[in-house]
Design a protein around this ligand. Structure first.
Ligand code: AQP
Length: 323
């Protein structure tokens, strides 16, 4: 099965990105054909500083490689290195109804967060549909926030196939209930643009400060603590198996638990979980040329796969006037 997903280098990658998408992608690469990419064209909707975009793109590449994405086994590249995707975006734009885009929650959410209401932001789901359809992907692992964008990509694929004849694979979203929406420090969805993230590769001091700042309720120490909607509980369970989750629940329901103690524990759990990857990441950051070469090789592989679908689409819409 061909599995594809992308991530925006729009800031440091965080626990929401990791559990919602990155870790799942890395696990999938064992038995599937994995296509994973850094969507820097998408990041242009919110990042207006060239040096920052370059840095964040390089950092995200190091993050994935350090976490175990195998560039020989999988196709791993930067979106902007295969600009053919913008050509497909234009073809798709012409069969995408305005109503479909006007219903997009993400556009409304992002403009409400202060991201400029540009045409790029509005048509973001069309570029995302092109990202997916260009590579003939079957399954797309994402967090719940991307559910509607995936539905738009499916609608666009079906509409295109109906208009021009069978061209694209109709993709399916793959959302894992346990990791569908990782909450941020304030209880809203963890999101780079909300400033409520716990970065996976934060330095120890920052990590401690962030974890100690997780919003908790004011239930007295000698009372059982609520589980439902408890950010501290939800974040801790990300790192636990079923047995661990049951034990944690027990502790929350037993009077006497102090949130401060749990925060200290969670800080250590996160630090220790990512420590081996952090070492690997530090080494990659020092070996910039290796990372750049790896991304170039990945782009070549991606471009090869893209050509198949792009040529088919050009032919089916009639852009190949020579024929
Ligand atoms: N809080 C989350 N819980 C579960 N999954 C999440 N993802 C993001 N946040 C959570 C998933 O991570 C993948 C890549 O997301 P993205 O960075 O490309 O864009 P996003 O979803 O918009 O993530 P952010 O952090 O909220 O970025 P900004 O603030 O720049 O928009 C996706 O699969 C997403 O579902």
């Amino acid at each position: 099965m061909r599995i594809l997903s992308g991530i925006q280098p729009s800031g440091a990658l965080h626990l929401g990105n990791y559990f919602g998408m990155m870790n799942r992608m890395i696990n999938y690469q064992q038995n599937n054909e994995l296509f994973c990419f850094l969507v820097n064209y998408h990041a242009l909707t919110s990042v207006f500083d060239a040096a920052l975009l370059r840095k964040q793109t390089f950092d995200a590449a190091c993050d994935f490689l350090a976490l175990g994405l195998d560039p020989d086994k999988s196709v791993f590249w930067v979106q902007g290195d295969v600009p053919e995707v913008t050509e497909l975006t234009w073809m798709l734009s012409n069969i995408t109804g305005m109503g479909l885009l006007e219903r997009s929650h993400s556009y409304k959410d992002k403009t409400a967060k202060g991201i400029p209401a540009s045409h790029g932001l509005f048509s973001y789901p069309v570029l995302m549909a092109a990202d997916i359809l260009l590579y003939g992907a079957d399954k797309i692992p994402v967090g719940k926030d991307q559910k509607q964008h995936l539905e738009i990509a499916r609608d666009v694929a079906i509409r295109f196939n109906n208009t021009y004849g069978e061209t694209f694979v109709v993709p399916e979203a793959d959302i894992e209930e346990d990791f569908a929406t990782v909450p941020g420090l304030d209880g809203q969805k963890m999101s780079k643009s909300y400033g409520n993230t716990i970065e996976i590769f934060a330095d120890e001091k920052t990590l401690r400060k962030k974890v100690m700042g997780i919003k908790t309720d004011s239930t007295p120490v000698d009372e059982p603590k609520p589980i439902e909607g408890n950010v501290l509980y939800d974040l801790y369970t990300l790192f636990l198996d079923e047995k661990g989750k049951t034990a944690l629940k027990e502790r929350f329901l037993t009077p006497g638990l102090r949130y401060g103690d749990i925060k200290k524990e969670l800080f250590e759990v996160i630090r220790d979980y990512f420590a081996p990857y952090k070492k690997e990441r530090d080494a990659l950051v020092r070996d910039k040329q290796y990372v750049l070469d790896t991304m170039q090789k990945g782009a070549l592989k991606a471009r090869q796969a893209a050509t198949v679908y792009l040529e088919r689409a050009r032919h089916n819409v009639g852009l190949d006037y020579q024929n």
